[in-house]
Design a protein around this ligand. Structure first.
Ligand SMILES: *Cc1c(COP(=O)(O)O)cnc(C)c1O
Length: 430
């Protein structure tokens, strides 16, 4: 493939945008080459400015469960645009979308819309702290909850229980209230509660982690967290910004029987427009301004164009109950094909699928937490990524990301991607 125009575009962007990108993951830092600049998308395909065509397994990092330019979503967006882009006043489409979400999630009576997943989680944490009148929060190594200060803690060392900031510019005074636990390891959560002397506002978790590769939580682990939260009066927050409407119609909550106190949503609820949301029981949400004292606001929150896109998307999802089974079957076929391609050249690979989400690691060990994920062969991944891209398969540019299937991803596209995986594995191990 020829990437000439994209390479020039990247150079030009680099002059005026830090790293040439508006979100660091897009920069191809962990893989070979430079990012293709996108011209347009169509169904399950992406087209770059050099005219290259790709099967898209990124889908804007999750939001596009119906693929690019879905006719119904496009029509509802165009209708909304023609009535005005934003009013900063209530619109009925916000209530409609809220009703859809409330009807789907047992754990949500009321929901507040914001403009990104980061904002949703940041606001949920503030509300949890306001409701419990406590400062400490427990998060898990490898879980991503957006880039707000308290949550930007990776804590690589594993020795320090209390969080140290993972970015300059985040005061240690802010992250000292963030305690780090190990995913799928309940003893580490108990230790955090002990260290905080029970004074924990909330535990926040991706119940299906998608930001250290695809790493689902064990059901028993979630059950035990629920027990610990109840024992210590802490709120349990499921961050389903990625898994919501992706793993199942109710995200992880359609798969697990554990009920959180609060839920954060994003990605699919905006169908590609900037939307986030957080919801909980009436009692918890009544603490939120203007009903209660916990402040939270947004000029463009509940934006009518974004709400219309999300509403149409959820209506379409609800109308097709078998959709997630079909998507999961395709995703499973894809990663099984990848695995066959790897084992044909004696390269170990482990895989996971949850609904329309898929993950694979070049590793011989089942991945249960961040430390396991770190054992993956990132060099092999970088070569695989490049080989696939050159053959027209667009995969996320990091081995720690989740892949996505959309309704427009056909069986032919899956088979083509598997064929490319065989060719690529042969090439990079030759
Ligand atoms: C993507 C993501 C976020 C952040 O959402 P943005 O819209 O990028 O701010 C938060 N939590 C999880 C689990 C995510 O996957």
């Amino acid at each position: 493939m020829v990437y000439t125009k994209s390479i020039t575009a990247f150079d030009e962007a680099y002059e005026v945008i830090p790293g040439g990108v508006d979100s660091p993951v897009r920069a191809f830092s962990g893989v070979e080459g430079t990012p293709p600049f996108i011209d347009y998308g169509k169904g399950g395909h992406l087209f770059d400015i050099d005219g290259n065509q790709y099967i898209d397994f990124v889908q804007s990092w999750g939001p596009l469960i119906f693929g690019h330019c879905d006719k119904d979503i496009e029509a509802s967006v165009i209708q909304a645009v023609q009535r005005g882009l934003s009013f900063g006043a209530p619109t009925t489409v916000e209530t409609e979308l809220a009703c859809e979400i409330v009807s789907l999630f047992d754990s949500i009576d009321k929901v507040r819309f914001v403009s990104s997943g980061t904002e949703a989680v940041m606001s949920a944490i503030r509300l949890a702290r306001g409701v419990t009148e406590r400062d400490n929060i427990i998060k898990f190594k490898g879980c991503y909850h957006g880039h707000s200060d308290s949550l930007l803690v990776a804590g690589g060392s594993g020795l320090a229980t209390f969080g140290t900031p993972s970015s300059p510019g985040v005061p240690a005074d802010l992250t000292k209230h963030t305690l780090l636990a190990t995913y799928n390891d309940i003893a580490s959560v108990e230790q955090c509660f002990a260290d905080a002397q029970g004074e924990v506002a909330c535990v926040i978790i991706e119940p299906i982690a998608g930001n250290m590769g695809l790493v689902p939580a064990d059901e028993s682990f979630l059950e035990q967290i629920r027990v610990l939260c109840d024992r210590h009066g802490a709120l349990l927050i499921f961050d389903e910004v990625m898994s919501g409407f992706r793993a199942s119609l109710q995200g992880a909550q359609g798969i697990s029987s554990v009920k959180p106190d609060m839920v954060t949503l994003g990605k699919v609820i905006g169908a590609g427009m900037p939307v986030g949301a957080f919801g909980a029981s009436k009692a918890i949400m009544s603490h939120l301004s203007p009903e209660g004292p916990v402040y939270q606001a947004g000029t463009l929150s509940g934006n009518p164009v974004a709400m219309s896109a999300g509403l149409k998307s959820l209506q379409k999802l609800k109308a097709q109950p078998s959709l997630y089974v079909e998507l999961a079957a395709k995703a499973k076929r894809l990663v099984e094909g990848f695995q066959e391609a790897a084992s044909a050249v004696n390269v170990p690979m482990v895989t996971e699928v949850r609904g329309s989400m898929f993950g694979f690691f070049f590793s011989d060990k089942v991945v249960k937490n961040m430390e396991d994920a770190d054992a993956n062969d990132t060099k092999m991944f970088a070569k695989f990524h490049k080989g696939m891209l050159d053959r027209g398969v667009y995969l996320a540019c990091s081995s720690y990301e989740t892949g996505f299937i959309c309704t427009a991803t056909s069986d032919e596209m899956i088979e083509e991607a598997i064929f490319c995986a065989f060719e690529t594995m042969k090439e990079i191990t030759a």
